[in-house]
Design a binder for this molecule. Structure first.
Ligand SMILES: C=CC1=C(C)c2cc3[nH]c(cc4nc(cc5[nH]c(cc1n2)c(C)c5CCC(=O)O)C(CCC(=O)O)=C4C)c(C)c3C=C
Ligand SMILES: [Fe+2]
Ligand SMILES: [Fe+2]
Length: 318
Protein backbone atom coordinates (compact mmCIF):
# COMPACT_ATOMS: atom_id res chain seq x y z
CA UNK A 1 0.00 0.00 0.00
CA UNK A 2 1.35 3.44 -0.88
CA UNK A 3 1.34 6.43 1.47
CA UNK A 4 -1.51 8.55 0.07
CA UNK A 5 -0.51 11.70 2.03
CA UNK A 6 2.64 12.30 -0.04
CA UNK A 7 1.66 11.24 -3.54
CA UNK A 8 1.14 14.67 -5.13
CA UNK A 9 3.93 17.21 -5.53
CA UNK A 10 7.44 16.42 -4.33
CA UNK A 11 8.85 18.17 -1.28
CA UNK A 12 10.85 21.22 -2.37
CA UNK A 13 14.45 21.75 -1.28
CA UNK A 14 15.49 25.35 -1.80
CA UNK A 15 19.22 26.04 -1.75
CA UNK A 16 20.13 29.72 -1.51
CA UNK A 17 23.50 31.34 -2.18
CA UNK A 18 24.94 34.83 -2.54
CA UNK A 19 24.97 34.86 -6.36
CA UNK A 20 27.76 35.99 -8.62
CA UNK A 21 28.23 37.70 -12.00
CA UNK A 22 28.56 35.41 -15.02
CA UNK A 23 30.52 38.05 -16.96
CA UNK A 24 32.09 41.47 -16.38
CA UNK A 25 29.07 43.07 -18.11
CA UNK A 26 26.96 41.92 -15.14
CA UNK A 27 29.05 43.94 -12.67
CA UNK A 28 27.06 47.22 -12.56
CA UNK A 29 23.74 45.42 -12.01
CA UNK A 30 25.23 42.96 -9.51
CA UNK A 31 26.84 45.71 -7.44
CA UNK A 32 23.70 47.85 -7.56
CA UNK A 33 21.76 44.96 -6.03
CA UNK A 34 24.35 44.30 -3.30
CA UNK A 35 24.60 47.99 -2.46
CA UNK A 36 20.80 48.26 -2.36
CA UNK A 37 20.25 51.62 -4.01
CA UNK A 38 23.38 53.31 -2.63
CA UNK A 39 25.37 54.94 -5.42
CA UNK A 40 28.41 52.95 -6.58
CA UNK A 41 31.12 55.33 -7.74
CA UNK A 42 32.96 54.60 -11.00
CA UNK A 43 36.14 54.07 -8.94
CA UNK A 44 34.50 51.33 -6.80
CA UNK A 45 32.94 49.73 -9.90
CA UNK A 46 36.32 49.73 -11.68
CA UNK A 47 38.13 48.32 -8.65
CA UNK A 48 35.70 45.43 -8.10
CA UNK A 49 35.43 44.72 -11.85
CA UNK A 50 39.21 44.52 -11.94
CA UNK A 51 39.19 42.06 -9.01
CA UNK A 52 36.82 39.81 -10.97
CA UNK A 53 38.96 40.22 -14.12
CA UNK A 54 41.92 38.85 -12.14
CA UNK A 55 39.99 35.74 -11.07
CA UNK A 56 38.84 34.92 -14.61
CA UNK A 57 36.18 37.51 -15.47
CA UNK A 58 33.27 35.81 -13.73
CA UNK A 59 32.26 34.31 -10.40
CA UNK A 60 32.77 30.56 -9.94
CA UNK A 61 30.08 30.63 -7.21
CA UNK A 62 27.10 29.58 -9.41
CA UNK A 63 29.00 26.54 -10.68
CA UNK A 64 30.14 25.46 -7.20
CA UNK A 65 26.60 25.97 -5.93
CA UNK A 66 25.15 23.70 -8.62
CA UNK A 67 27.74 21.01 -7.83
CA UNK A 68 27.01 21.26 -4.08
CA UNK A 69 23.27 21.03 -4.72
CA UNK A 70 23.60 17.98 -6.97
CA UNK A 71 25.82 16.14 -4.47
CA UNK A 72 23.60 17.04 -1.49
CA UNK A 73 20.41 15.99 -3.27
CA UNK A 74 21.87 12.60 -4.13
CA UNK A 75 22.68 11.98 -0.48
CA UNK A 76 19.45 13.48 0.88
CA UNK A 77 17.18 11.57 -1.51
CA UNK A 78 18.92 8.32 -0.51
CA UNK A 79 18.01 9.04 3.14
CA UNK A 80 14.44 10.30 2.69
CA UNK A 81 11.40 8.30 1.51
CA UNK A 82 9.50 11.22 -0.04
CA UNK A 83 10.28 12.40 -3.57
CA UNK A 84 12.29 15.63 -3.42
CA UNK A 85 12.87 18.39 -5.95
CA UNK A 86 15.78 20.84 -5.72
CA UNK A 87 15.60 24.56 -6.50
CA UNK A 88 18.39 27.15 -6.51
CA UNK A 89 17.80 30.80 -5.64
CA UNK A 90 20.44 33.53 -5.39
CA UNK A 91 20.21 36.63 -3.22
CA UNK A 92 22.00 39.09 -5.50
CA UNK A 93 21.83 37.65 -9.04
CA UNK A 94 20.25 35.12 -11.38
CA UNK A 95 18.57 32.76 -10.64
CA UNK A 96 16.83 35.01 -8.08
CA UNK A 97 15.29 33.54 -4.91
CA UNK A 98 11.91 35.10 -5.79
CA UNK A 99 11.95 33.33 -9.20
CA UNK A 100 12.82 30.00 -7.59
CA UNK A 101 9.84 30.44 -5.25
CA UNK A 102 7.57 31.18 -8.24
CA UNK A 103 8.83 28.02 -9.96
CA UNK A 104 8.07 26.04 -6.80
CA UNK A 105 4.53 27.42 -6.73
CA UNK A 106 4.10 26.63 -10.46
CA UNK A 107 5.22 23.07 -9.71
CA UNK A 108 2.54 22.77 -7.05
CA UNK A 109 5.00 22.50 -4.15
CA UNK A 110 3.18 22.85 -0.82
CA UNK A 111 5.96 21.89 1.60
CA UNK A 112 9.65 22.78 1.42
CA UNK A 113 12.89 23.07 3.34
CA UNK A 114 15.29 25.95 2.73
CA UNK A 115 18.98 26.38 3.46
CA UNK A 116 21.53 29.14 2.81
CA UNK A 117 25.01 28.06 1.73
CA UNK A 118 26.47 30.01 4.64
CA UNK A 119 26.79 28.27 8.04
CA UNK A 120 26.42 31.32 10.34
CA UNK A 121 23.21 33.23 11.07
CA UNK A 122 22.99 37.00 10.84
CA UNK A 123 20.19 39.50 10.40
CA UNK A 124 22.34 40.87 7.55
CA UNK A 125 22.76 37.56 5.75
CA UNK A 126 20.58 34.48 6.39
CA UNK A 127 17.59 36.54 7.58
CA UNK A 128 17.68 38.54 4.33
CA UNK A 129 17.56 35.36 2.20
CA UNK A 130 14.57 34.14 4.20
CA UNK A 131 12.82 37.49 3.71
CA UNK A 132 13.23 37.03 -0.05
CA UNK A 133 11.37 33.71 0.16
CA UNK A 134 8.52 35.50 1.92
CA UNK A 135 8.60 38.26 -0.72
CA UNK A 136 8.48 35.61 -3.48
CA UNK A 137 5.42 33.99 -1.88
CA UNK A 138 3.56 37.25 -1.38
CA UNK A 139 4.46 38.54 -4.89
CA UNK A 140 2.93 35.38 -6.34
CA UNK A 141 0.03 35.23 -3.86
CA UNK A 142 1.08 31.72 -2.93
CA UNK A 143 1.70 29.65 0.16
CA UNK A 144 4.29 26.98 0.89
CA UNK A 145 5.00 25.52 4.34
CA UNK A 146 8.72 26.21 4.77
CA UNK A 147 11.13 24.79 7.33
CA UNK A 148 14.28 26.93 7.48
CA UNK A 149 17.79 25.82 8.36
CA UNK A 150 19.08 28.89 10.22
CA UNK A 151 22.65 27.81 10.94
CA UNK A 152 24.96 24.80 10.98
CA UNK A 153 28.19 26.25 12.34
CA UNK A 154 28.74 23.56 15.01
CA UNK A 155 27.87 20.48 12.90
CA UNK A 156 30.59 17.87 13.23
CA UNK A 157 31.01 17.23 9.47
CA UNK A 158 31.53 20.95 8.79
CA UNK A 159 33.96 21.31 11.72
CA UNK A 160 35.92 18.16 10.80
CA UNK A 161 36.12 19.13 7.11
CA UNK A 162 37.62 22.52 8.02
CA UNK A 163 39.94 20.98 10.62
CA UNK A 164 41.18 18.71 7.81
CA UNK A 165 41.81 21.83 5.68
CA UNK A 166 43.85 23.32 8.55
CA UNK A 167 45.94 20.12 8.77
CA UNK A 168 46.41 20.06 4.95
CA UNK A 169 47.60 23.67 5.05
CA UNK A 170 50.12 22.95 7.81
CA UNK A 171 51.28 19.80 5.99
CA UNK A 172 52.20 21.96 2.98
CA UNK A 173 55.20 23.21 5.00
CA UNK A 174 58.33 21.03 5.47
CA UNK A 175 58.04 18.78 8.52
CA UNK A 176 60.65 20.63 10.55
CA UNK A 177 58.85 23.97 10.12
CA UNK A 178 55.29 22.92 10.99
CA UNK A 179 55.51 23.85 14.67
CA UNK A 180 56.09 27.49 13.66
CA UNK A 181 53.06 27.69 11.37
CA UNK A 182 50.29 30.05 12.49
CA UNK A 183 46.68 29.43 11.39
CA UNK A 184 44.32 32.33 10.64
CA UNK A 185 40.63 31.46 10.69
CA UNK A 186 38.50 34.18 9.09
CA UNK A 187 35.05 35.16 7.86
CA UNK A 188 33.31 38.03 6.11
CA UNK A 189 33.20 41.18 8.19
CA UNK A 190 29.94 42.98 8.98
CA UNK A 191 29.30 46.48 10.33
CA UNK A 192 30.13 46.77 14.06
CA UNK A 193 26.55 47.88 14.78
CA UNK A 194 25.39 44.22 14.58
CA UNK A 195 26.98 43.68 18.01
CA UNK A 196 24.75 46.36 19.60
CA UNK A 197 21.77 44.78 17.85
CA UNK A 198 22.47 41.41 19.55
CA UNK A 199 23.19 39.63 16.28
CA UNK A 200 24.57 36.07 16.86
CA UNK A 201 26.97 36.21 13.86
CA UNK A 202 30.22 37.07 15.72
CA UNK A 203 29.56 34.58 18.56
CA UNK A 204 28.75 31.80 16.09
CA UNK A 205 31.95 32.49 14.14
CA UNK A 206 34.05 32.36 17.30
CA UNK A 207 32.32 29.13 18.33
CA UNK A 208 33.11 27.54 14.94
CA UNK A 209 36.70 28.76 15.13
CA UNK A 210 37.25 27.28 18.61
CA UNK A 211 35.77 23.93 17.52
CA UNK A 212 37.83 23.81 14.31
CA UNK A 213 41.06 24.74 16.11
CA UNK A 214 40.41 22.08 18.77
CA UNK A 215 39.56 19.43 16.15
CA UNK A 216 42.77 20.26 14.29
CA UNK A 217 44.72 19.90 17.55
CA UNK A 218 46.04 23.48 17.50
CA UNK A 219 47.58 25.06 20.59
CA UNK A 220 45.94 28.35 21.66
CA UNK A 221 48.97 30.34 20.47
CA UNK A 222 48.98 28.54 17.13
CA UNK A 223 45.87 30.20 15.69
CA UNK A 224 44.00 33.49 15.70
CA UNK A 225 40.82 35.07 14.39
CA UNK A 226 40.48 37.67 11.67
CA UNK A 227 37.68 39.23 9.66
CA UNK A 228 38.05 39.86 5.94
CA UNK A 229 36.37 41.47 2.92
CA UNK A 230 34.79 44.43 4.76
CA UNK A 231 32.40 46.38 2.54
CA UNK A 232 33.20 49.77 1.09
CA UNK A 233 31.04 51.92 3.34
CA UNK A 234 31.99 54.65 5.81
CA UNK A 235 30.72 52.94 8.98
CA UNK A 236 33.10 50.84 11.13
CA UNK A 237 33.30 47.13 10.27
CA UNK A 238 34.31 44.23 12.54
CA UNK A 239 38.05 43.70 12.67
CA UNK A 240 40.87 43.06 12.63
CA UNK A 241 40.90 42.89 8.84
CA UNK A 242 43.14 40.24 7.28
CA UNK A 243 45.64 42.77 5.98
CA UNK A 244 46.21 44.47 9.36
CA UNK A 245 46.19 41.08 11.06
CA UNK A 246 49.04 39.88 8.83
CA UNK A 247 51.01 43.03 9.76
CA UNK A 248 50.35 42.33 13.43
CA UNK A 249 51.47 38.68 13.16
CA UNK A 250 54.55 39.74 11.21
CA UNK A 251 55.40 42.13 14.06
CA UNK A 252 55.33 39.13 16.39
CA UNK A 253 57.86 37.32 14.22
CA UNK A 254 55.45 34.95 12.48
CA UNK A 255 56.59 34.04 8.95
CA UNK A 256 54.47 30.99 8.04
CA UNK A 257 50.73 31.27 7.82
CA UNK A 258 47.80 29.04 6.85
CA UNK A 259 44.64 30.94 5.96
CA UNK A 260 41.32 29.09 6.30
CA UNK A 261 38.12 31.10 5.75
CA UNK A 262 35.36 29.40 7.77
CA UNK A 263 32.30 31.42 6.72
CA UNK A 264 32.46 30.71 2.98
CA UNK A 265 31.67 27.25 1.71
CA UNK A 266 33.02 27.57 -1.83
CA UNK A 267 35.85 29.30 -3.65
CA UNK A 268 34.76 32.69 -4.98
CA UNK A 269 36.00 36.27 -5.21
CA UNK A 270 36.23 36.87 -1.45
CA UNK A 271 38.70 33.98 -1.31
CA UNK A 272 40.21 33.96 -4.81
CA UNK A 273 40.91 37.70 -4.81
CA UNK A 274 40.81 38.86 -1.17
CA UNK A 275 43.04 36.03 0.09
CA UNK A 276 44.79 34.49 -2.92
CA UNK A 277 45.76 37.81 -4.50
CA UNK A 278 45.43 40.70 -1.98
CA UNK A 279 46.49 38.90 1.22
CA UNK A 280 49.18 36.95 -0.67
CA UNK A 281 50.61 40.27 -1.84
CA UNK A 282 50.69 41.62 1.74
CA UNK A 283 52.26 38.37 2.98
CA UNK A 284 54.97 38.55 0.30
CA UNK A 285 55.73 42.18 1.22
CA UNK A 286 56.11 41.08 4.85
CA UNK A 287 58.33 38.14 3.93
CA UNK A 288 55.68 35.63 5.00
CA UNK A 289 54.63 32.39 3.30
CA UNK A 290 50.84 32.07 3.17
CA UNK A 291 49.12 28.80 2.29
CA UNK A 292 45.40 28.72 1.58
CA UNK A 293 43.87 25.24 1.27
CA UNK A 294 40.81 24.85 -1.02
CA UNK A 295 37.36 25.83 0.28
CA UNK A 296 34.86 23.12 1.22
CA UNK A 297 33.20 23.05 -2.23
CA UNK A 298 31.94 19.43 -2.63
CA UNK A 299 33.93 17.91 0.24
CA UNK A 300 31.92 14.78 1.18
CA UNK A 301 32.00 15.71 4.89
CA UNK A 302 30.46 19.09 4.12
CA UNK A 303 27.90 17.61 1.71
CA UNK A 304 27.01 15.08 4.43
CA UNK A 305 26.47 17.99 6.83
CA UNK A 306 24.09 19.74 4.43
CA UNK A 307 22.19 16.48 3.90
CA UNK A 308 21.93 15.91 7.68
CA UNK A 309 20.61 19.35 8.60
CA UNK A 310 18.13 19.19 5.71
CA UNK A 311 17.05 15.66 6.66
CA UNK A 312 16.11 16.91 10.15
CA UNK A 313 13.99 19.69 8.65
CA UNK A 314 12.31 17.26 6.23
CA UNK A 315 11.43 15.09 9.24
CA UNK A 316 9.90 18.14 10.96
CA UNK A 317 7.53 18.57 7.99
CA UNK A 318 6.51 14.93 7.64
C1 LIG B 1 27.89 37.76 6.37
C2 LIG B 1 27.66 38.63 5.45
C3 LIG B 1 28.17 38.57 4.09
C4 LIG B 1 28.65 37.51 3.38
C5 LIG B 1 28.82 36.07 3.81
C6 LIG B 1 29.03 38.01 2.11
C7 LIG B 1 29.57 37.24 1.08
C8 LIG B 1 29.95 37.71 -0.15
N1 LIG B 1 30.08 39.03 -0.54
C9 LIG B 1 30.48 39.07 -1.86
C10 LIG B 1 30.71 40.21 -2.63
C11 LIG B 1 30.47 41.51 -2.21
N2 LIG B 1 29.97 41.90 -1.00
C12 LIG B 1 29.84 43.28 -1.00
C13 LIG B 1 29.33 44.05 0.04
C14 LIG B 1 28.77 43.56 1.22
N3 LIG B 1 28.74 42.25 1.66
C15 LIG B 1 28.09 42.16 2.85
C16 LIG B 1 27.85 41.03 3.62
C17 LIG B 1 28.24 39.73 3.24
N4 LIG B 1 28.75 39.34 2.06
C18 LIG B 1 27.69 43.49 3.21
C19 LIG B 1 26.92 43.86 4.46
C20 LIG B 1 28.12 44.34 2.18
C21 LIG B 1 27.92 45.85 2.12
C22 LIG B 1 26.70 46.17 1.34
C23 LIG B 1 26.49 47.65 1.29
O1 LIG B 1 25.41 48.08 1.72
O2 LIG B 1 27.39 48.32 0.84
C24 LIG B 1 30.26 43.77 -2.27
C25 LIG B 1 30.13 45.24 -2.72
C26 LIG B 1 31.33 46.02 -2.63
C27 LIG B 1 31.76 46.27 -1.23
O3 LIG B 1 31.04 46.97 -0.49
O4 LIG B 1 32.78 45.73 -0.88
C28 LIG B 1 30.67 42.68 -3.03
C29 LIG B 1 31.19 42.67 -4.45
C30 LIG B 1 30.62 37.72 -2.30
C31 LIG B 1 31.03 37.30 -3.69
C32 LIG B 1 30.30 36.89 -1.26
C33 LIG B 1 30.29 35.43 -1.34
C34 LIG B 1 29.51 34.61 -0.72
FE1 LIG C 1 28.92 40.56 0.36
FE1 LIG D 1 31.73 40.88 0.54
Amino acid sequence: MTDSTHTEAPLGVLFMAYGGPESLEDMPGYLADIRAGRVTTQAVLDEITNNYRQIGGKSPLPEFTRAQVEATMQELQARVQRPLKAYIGMRHWNPWIEDAVREMLDDGITQAVAIVLAPHYSSMSVAKYQKKIKAGLSMNHGHIDFEFVNEYHTESGYVTALANRVREGIAAFPEGERDDVHVILSAHSLPVRILREGDPYADQLHESARLIAAAAGLRDDQWSWSYQSAGRSPEPWLGPQLDEHLHDLSGKGIRKVVSVPVGFVSDHVEILFDIDIAAQETAAELGMTLVRPPALNTDPLFIGTLASVLERKVAALS
